[in-house]
Design a protein around this ligand. Sequence first.
Ligand code: WT7
Length: 635
Amino acid sequence: MSNYHIKHLEEYYQVYRKSVREPHNFWEEIAEEHFLWRKKWDTVLSWDFSKPEITWFEGAELNITENCLDRHLATRSDKTALLFEPNNPDEPAQHITYKQLYHQVNKMANVLKSKGVRKGDRVCVYLPMIPELAVAVLACARIGAIHSVVFAGFSSTALATRINDANCSLVITSDGAYRGAKTIDLKGIVDDALNSCPDVKTVLVVKRIHSKITMKPNRDCWLQPLLDAAPNEAKAEVMKAEDPLFILYTSGSTGKPKGMVHTTAGYMVYTAYTFKNVFQYKENDVYWCTADIGWITGHSYIIYGPLCNGATSVMFEGVPSYPDFGRFWDIIQKHKINQFYTAPTAIRALAKNGTELIDTYNLSSLKVLGSVGEPINEEAWHWYNDNVGKRKSPIIDSWWQTETGGIMISPLPYVTPTKPTYATLPFIGIQPCIMDEHGTELQNNQVEGRLCIKFPWPSMARTIWNDHKRYKDTYFSTYKNMYFTGDGALRDEVGYYRITGRVDDVIIVSGHNLGTAPIEDAINEHPAVSESAIVGFPHEIKGHALYGYVTLKEKGESRDHNNLRNEINQIITEHIGPIAKLDKIQFTPSLPKTRSGKIMRRILRKIAEKDTSNLGDISTLLNPECVQDIIKEAL
Ligand code: WT7
């Protein structure tokens, strides 16, 4: 018997050691006993981080939807697979059983096929958190199409960039989206985007908010009539282990988003195995992850991980503040949630509203509390522990990334003793290490440096869509034979890891990963702007917020600064989305630069953080005199 479900700390250490000493045997056993294969593999793992080339379960054939759906029909057909909680609490929740989901996915798969989508084609999914989103994702996987889900908060420009980068031929969207008391015109955004996407032939539209929209003849179709007419069985395409399952974009150090490519077999095995253990999921539990399926958390831990385990996974359409700040607690009480997985930014926003509201709800069903997306600060950790978990539910601070596909460092609840702000121990099979700036591994405990992973794991991204060189440069070139995460970390005296934050040009705002480059590119489009630099600064609720330093062209100098600030945020909203708006904008005559012309963000970051006591050596700057001026005018 393989160690699919780890139940105590000794077992964790024993299984961990095995997974590191004999990774091939270890993963082979997990894969063998807990999944449905059309054909087993020839080779468990082959890898070369210098190329980089990684394959898991090469030679195997499978379809991930047979693992998520078909194989549960014998024993769980009437069990709820997806529990949909609408934005409006007065609208009834929907319990979609495994059997119903199976048929819905098959119908959608048949619709996609009837529109000419074939194995390997890319389909863009731009939908709110409604059941059709999960159904669309699984329908793509059913027929071997590569899904590219774009978070429905992204703007039309950001959507168009992603559609074109992956060359999507079909888009699935809805008339609009509910978001608290507001509605969002999703179809209008898609129409705008498609003005610059010549390859999109078909748009399938879900009716959700019944708004008036325009349907372009020969391109746009309402989805429901097509689903009604489609057969409810569809053959699952036989996929190779390393066939791409999906593309998901994340930001990086240039203006272009990176289309991370995840493949089929390894991703399935790892997300399922981590889900089972990190949430200690038991057969009748109701599990809720509050993330959006537009992010990796939703892909791995709303859809694939839970469904592979036959779990009941909640999908929430709304926001934590609507109709009031008790909504999360209301949902936990109403659906008797057992595992609750959310982000520190949500916890901080809810904590700010005090405990009066939360104390009126019965949260006794909770067994596990998860946190993901950014470091959880001590105060938020304790608030979560005291008021949500009543000090009875362990907090699972889980560290991972879009690129890693699944959870990498995390306590296992009721197994690993927790420690506030620590992600604690590596998951089974994960070999993290801490490197210093010179590329030397810091072997001991009580060290701090940059977090790398030195051995492959099944769900790692295999490449960047159409840009393998960038994949190599970004993740495998900083340290030889290592995957570099972009995060800083420390390891304490017992070997627990604490993630200290990004060490590159990525800033995490409210749990959203934002590259500074795309935001700067957007700002620089403003006709009055000459140059800009974005840095992060600590923010009570968002964790970090954005601070922009902007220099103006001559013609901008006489302009009203508040108007300019609004215009700059408007441009950012158009190019990326409202999540990337700047909290502070300081206009400055010049930016500190190195002699090679590179903006010294380190100095700007310190000024934004109001920590100017130790700016380091600035004498090597091209223009050291500007630093004092910037400090004087700092916001
Ligand atoms: C970055 C990845 C993984 C799902 C959501 C984010 C930060 C993530 C933690 C954590 C400290 C964390 C890291 C990471 N991060 N989880 N538990 N503690 N930092 O995915 O958008 O790819 O962002 O989020 O900085 O590199 P993502």
